[in-house]
Design a protein around this ligand. Structure first.
Ligand SMILES: [Zn+2]
Length: 66
């Protein structure tokens, strides 16, 4: 998932592992967004948790079986 920093305009990539953990965290804390540190200016960029969720593999998402 590609993120663009609102502060410095730098774009960087988030790993699927990071996104999976971040979305799980946001859901646990009922947060609508996840703060990601920009690799360039180190400021916190807010990313919508719902947007992130689309990059989480199905198997990792909480799916009820049966
Ligand atoms: Zn930045």
């Amino acid at each position: 998932m590609n993120i663009r920093c609102n502060f410095c305009g730098h774009s960087f990539n988030l790993s699927r592992e990071f996104i999976t953990a971040a979305v799980a965290d946001a859901q646990a804390q009922k947060q609508k967004s996840v703060a990601v540190e920009c690799v360039n200016c180190r400021k916190l960029v807010k990313v919508s948790a719902r947007q992130m969720q689309r990059f989480v593999p199905r198997t990792a998402a909480s799916e009820d079986e049966g």
